[in-house]
Structure formats: C-alpha cells, structure tokens
Design a protein around this ligand. Structure first.
Ligand code: PLP
Length: 467
C-alpha cells in the first residue's frame, strides 16, 4: 500500500478493476477505473487540484484568498477539501437539484454553499454563473475556477489519469470510454492515450441521449455530471473550452433508464457500487466491447460512487416516484396510468392562434388539459418536468392574449407506478394543484386531474399512458 504525507498526495493513483460477471461472454478484457478512490470521492479531485495549483502558480490565487466555483457537486467537493487542507476560504455556488449527499459533503469541509435555484440561462443576472462572477468581483482575493474553460481541468487528466491507464495496462489499452461533462476527463486522458499509442487507442464519449454533444435536444436528464444541458431560453449553445472534440472518435448516447439499470446491475453482478454517470459509461463500454476481439482492452472511467445516490438510483421510492423501472415495488396495484390522459402539448412561445387551430384540428375538447412547455428544437423524448411551464385548456386559450398568459401551475409529479389507493405514497393534496404531471422514465407522458382521481375506476375509463 502507498503512504501519503498529505491528503493532496492521495489525489489520483486509482486502480483498474476487471469486470467479470458484467462482461461475461464478451471477448475483450474490460476494466473499470473507480475514481471514488480519490479523497473527495470523485474524478473531480484531480481537476480541482490541478486548477488550483495553476492559479497559485500564475498568481490569481494568493495566500488568504477565496476559492470560488460553480458546480454540480463533485468539483465543489474537490475544491472544498483542498481549500480546507491549504487554508483557503471556499465558496461554492450550486443548485438544490444536485444530490443532497454532495451538498452535505461540501459543507462538511467548512465550505460556504450558495444555493441558487433560479431557472434562468447562463448570462441572466440571476444565474449561478452571474452570481458567482458578481461575488468574485466584490470579494478581494477571490478566484473563480471556471472548470468549463480552465486548461488546468483537462491537464489534470493528461498528466495523471491518462498515464495511469497506460501504465496499469502495460500499454495494452485499445479503447478508452468516459462520460463528457466539462470534457476535462476525456480530453486530457484521451489526448495522452492517443499520443502515447501513436493514435491506436480509440476514445469513446458516453453521453446522455438528450445531451447536445450527441445531437440531443439539450433537455434535462436525471444523471448528474455527464452530458450537456441547454437552457430553453439560451440564445446560443455554448460548449466548454475544456472539451477537445478532436480527441473523441465515437459517441454512444444512453438514456437515463439504461444508465440506472446498468449501475443497479453492476452492484449485483460485480459488487461494484457506481454512480449514475458511471452507468452511462458502462453501457457505452459494453456496447463497444461487443464488436471487439480478445486482443482488445477496454478501460472505462467511473467518475463517482453509488453511495452518493443511495437516495435516488438505488432507492425504490425514488424510482417509483419518477416512473423509472427497477424497483422492488413495481407492483400490479392500481397505477396512476389507469386514470391519466396522454399529455398534449403547446409551446409557451407558440403563436396563440396557431396553438388554438392545431388543438381544434386534433379534436381536443374544450376542457382537456394541455401542458404548456418550453420550446425544444428536435425534442428527442417526452418533456422533462423542468420544461413544463404549467397547464391550460383550449377554452382558456381562446380567451387569453398569449399561450403563456393562460398558464396554470401544475401540481405534483407522480410516477406511473404509484398506486392511487395510497395517498401517503402519492402525497397529493388538491391544494397542490388540480393537475399532476405523470412521469414515465422521468419524462412527462400524461396528466392526471384531481377530478379523475376521485372518479370510480369504471367511470374514469382506461386511458392508456402513452409510452
Ligand atoms: C458524476 C460525474 N460524472 C461525470 C462527470 C464528467 O466529467 P468531466 O467534467 O471531466 O467531463 C462529472 C463532472 O463533474 C461528474 O461529476
């Protein structure tokens, strides 16, 4: 075993672990690189340390200074522990949508957490990014790391992750699979592996299906860290400077359900408890491995552990409430689907007359619930709940000035598997709203009215939830 003289020396040097049962029947050797072996529990400790050391070297961070970052969690944890060790103040801007475990861990190191939940595009004055920038301007000695554009991010992986993989496979790695968030991991490690192998190593980007990196619509997904989200009101889809597109040979797009299935299975087949973005990478790696030979060696990087997601991907109640399958309680009891109606959509900024005409042409009755959603170019899946502005009806639309002007807020989100018989499970009180959003695989596929809940099943009919 290694001995470290400080927590900083513990960053990096993660092992490779061969997949046995999960890779059964596949010809190549498949190794995972569990990055939760880093002191903060994720791959981002490497990037945080590298960016901070660069800032110290170029004078943008000085003794007594404040480390500031905008993050979906893991980078914040990395900065929090390094700042604690080196005696810097640290302030992390993040959203309450990230796993509670990550927020609690950041706070445990004595870091100040600023939770910003305003759902606005990056350049809006209230966005996470704008608030962090304002804080830095107003705070003497503050340094904003900007992982998306900071060259120290990919450099961390060029100088550590890539060389470790090369060394630990004795130069036999042929395929490197990683998810793409900021792009730091895949760009740095991928470039190193390509250079050292004279271009032989193929680099595969694993990405959520909605991510704009793989041509998705940029809508939200349930997998934290991987992929690229585009705010519905953003005027440009800006990609990180940390992402080096030249390095990536192929992409594999993976939906949330498959990623969740993959990590749940991996825990049971190989005893490896990995996080959601690891699921995206595992699916891509196993799919890639199907076409390879005994001479190939696939290395797949697992960014963080499943311990951070025990209350979500590994939690039956969460799975049921978001309409994902895989829970032990997928049951035959009455489901919300029996009384729900397939979702009908209008876009918030759609011209009113066009929306009214379209609904009339589709023969949508006056009182039928119509969801008002943000516009998404080439929508690939049903809307994510964050894309739903509220609901309306054709009758309301006819007397409104705009589509947006007729919106009523929607009530709770119910997974398709929730038994209506148990109000303790649905938790739906009519005061929450007359209309609930019904989720299947985390996406809004149907609506349910409070009136329909109170109908006898026979009277409600058996409106099928669109799948
Ligand atoms: C859980 C998780 N997976 C994947 C990634 C993507 O890594 P990168 O930003 O290096 O592309 C991150 C980044 O924050 C992450 O936190």
């Amino acid at each position: 075993m290694a001995r470290y003289e400080s927590v900083l020396d513990w960053v990096g040097g993660t092992p490779l672990v061969r997949l046995t049962r999960a890779a059964e029947g596949l010809r190549p050797r498949v190794y995972v690189k569990p990055e939760w072996q880093n002191p903060g529990g994720s791959v981002k400790d490497r990037a945080a340390l590298s960016m901070l050391r660069r800032a110290e070297a170029d004078g943008s961070l000085r003794p007594g200074g404040t480390v500031v970052e905008v993050t979906s969690g893991n980078t914040g944890i990395g900065f929090a522990l390094i700042a604690a060790h080196l005696g810097y103040r640290s302030v992390i801007f993040t959203s309450s949508m990230i796993a509670q475990e990550k927020r609690s861990q950041i706070a445990a190191y004595g870091t100040e957490l600023r939770l910003v939940d305003t759902f606005v595009p990056k350049y809006h004055p209230d966005s996470l990014r704008s608030q962090a920038e304002r804080f830095v301007t107003e705070t003497p000695g503050a340094w904003l790391a900007s992982q998306y554009d900071n060259p120290g991010n990919a450099e961390a992986h060029y100088t550590s992750t890539g060389p470790e993989i090369w060394q630990d496979t004795d130069g036999r790695v042929t395929h490197f699979v990683a998810t793409v968030g900021t792009g730091g991991t895949i760009s740095g490690a991928g470039r190193y592996l390509k250079e050292v192998s004279d271009g032989r190593v193929r680099v595969i980007g694993a990405d959520p299906i909605t991510s704009s990196y793989v041509g998705g619509d940029g809508s939200q997904k349930y997998i934290e860290g991987a992929g690229h989200f585009v705010h519905p009101e953003a005027t440009v889809d800006e990609w990180p400077k940390a992402l080096d597109l030249e390095v990536i040979d192929d992409y594999v797009a993976v939906d949330d359900q498959r990623a969740i299935d993959a990590v749940r299975r991996l825990a049971r087949t190989d005893g490896i408890l990995a996080g959601g973005s690891s699921g995206v990478a595992i699916v891509a790696a196993l799919e890639t491995a199907t076409d390879l030979t005994e001479d190939d060696t696939v290395v797949v990087l697992l960014p963080d552990s499943g311990r951070t997601y025990l209350s979500t991907y590994f939690n039956d109640r969460w799975l049921v409430s978001t309409g994902f399958t895989g829970s032990a309680t997928d049951f035959d009891a009455p489901t919300v689907g029996e009384r729900a109606a397939a979702a009908r959509l209008v876009e918030r900024d759609e011209p009113l007359a066009a929306a009214v005409r379209r609904l009339a042409a589709e023969d949508v009755g006056d009182d039928v619930v119509v969801l008002v959603v943000h516009r998404r170019e080439h929508r690939v899946l049903a809307p994510h709940p964050s894309d739903v502005v509220g609901w309306t009806t054709p009758a309301r639309l006819r007397v409104a000035a705009t589509v947006a002007g007729s919106v009523q807020p929607a009530g709770p989100r119910l997974g398709t598997g929730i038994g209506l018989a148990d109000p303790a499970v649905t938790g739906w009180d009519p005061a929450d709203g007359e209309v609930a959003l019904v989720l299947d695989g985390g996406r809004v596929v149907a609506t349910l009215t409070w009136a329909a809940v109170n109908l006898e099943p026979a009277a409600a009919g058996a409106a099928e939830v669109a799948r």
